[in-house]
Design a protein around this ligand. Structure first.
Ligand code: SD4
Length: 330
């Protein structure tokens, strides 16, 4: 398999610290909007192929001159409410005790942000995160407190464990010795970044987290600066993959900071991936990816492992784009 072969080479290179130079982005950018081309209007990007559907929803808001904040909330809600999607909201894979626990955060162009973590039985954690931002003096609520707040705000309790997820979990229990797994295939978390017609950038990120995690485990997705970061002067970044590795490098915030210092979003994402790789010897299951959007509407995405892709929607484009690997290997 190509991805496997590529990985083995990547792994060998990383462990021997023989990191190859990155390709020049001006020659080989995967970015559908060319570097230095001014963005001509609203744009929305989001992680993985379900991003196409989420972007379509976000686009309705952007097209009707709505705010990027409303767009990123409405866009990812569609995926949260999709029972077929097994790593976000309803239908998400449970923790090892069979509980679906959700993490989400949202950030707008005024540096306002809200987050929830370890939230149970509420289908749309992104909207609870938005209420935390809009209605409280806090940034993050977790667990029972987050649920209580959601109920006070009029959200309804719902069983989020679908029959399909329950059956898979039962199978896992038989074979797992009750040990959480890290699996490169288990990545579908949605992160979204949008710039509206006024040039304002907002972002959102939502997940059911790592499948069969320990009860109470929280990943990067609800952590401002790790799973998501926006600075409207510069741009935004969201992350997907093994949250522990992303948190350790304050992933999304360093990407935005590198863009502030003049890097193209692609180079900034590459560098964040490089940092993660340099700090891990065992890369076997370490899928981590970053997606970034800057004020010019330039986009970059990079991942440790093959297969990461993002969806982009503009007035003229609706595409799924493969992200580049961190390294060249041939
Ligand atoms: C987490 N980052 O909980 C999430 C999982 C993920 O694609 O992104 N999967 O660690």
């Amino acid at each position: 398999m190509k991805s496997r072969r590529a990985f083995i080479k990547l792994s060998a290179l990383a462990s021997s610290s023989l990191l190859l130079p990155l390709k020049s982005r001006s020659e080989s950018s995967p970015t559908p909007i060319k570097p230095n081309e001014k963005n001509k209007g609203p744009v929305v990007v989001s992680t993985w192929n379900h991003g196409i559907q989420a972007n379509a929803e976000a686009w309705k808001t952007l097209k009707s001159k709505g705010s990027s904040l409303d767009a990123v909330e409405k866009g990812v809600r569609v995926i949260e409410s999709d029972p077929e999607n097994m790593s976000v909201g309803l239908g998400g894979r449970p923790d090892r005790d069979g509980k679906v626990t959700l993490d989400a955060c949202i950030m707008d162009h005024n540096n306002r942000c809200g987050a929830v973590a370890f939230l149970q039985e509420i289908e749309n954690p992104i909207s609870v995160a938005r209420r935390v931002m809009d209605e409280t003096p806090h940034v993050m609520l977790v667990g029972k407190g987050a649920q209580q707040f959601a109920l006070e705000q009029g959200f309804e309790k719902k069983n989020l464990l679908t029959e399909k997820a329950r059956t898979e979990w039962k199978e896992w229990l038989k074979e797992s010795e009750y040990r959480p797994i890290i699996n490169v295939e288990n990545h579908d978390t949605i992160g979204m970044l949008a710039m509206d017609g006024d040039g304002n950038i907002s972002g959102s990120c939502t997940t059911s987290g790592m499948a069969y995690k320990l009860q109470g485990r929280v990943g990067d997705s609800p952590i401002i600066g790790a799973g998501l970061f926006v600075d409207n002067e510069v741009g935004g970044c969201c992350a997907t993959g093994v949250g522990e590795a992303i948190i350790r490098v304050a992933g999304s915030s360093i990407v935005v900071e590198m863009m502030r210092n003049g890097m193209h979003p692609q180079d900034a994402c590459d560098e964040a991936v490089r940092r993660i790789m340099a700090k891990h010897n065992d890369l076997e299951n370490l899928q981590c990816g970053f997606l970034a959007l800057d004020k010019q509407g330039r986009v970059g995405a990079s991942s440790v492992y093959a297969g990461f892709e993002y969806a982009i929607r503009t007035e003229n484009k609706e595409e799924l784009v493969p992200a580049e690997y961190r390294l060249e290997w041939e």
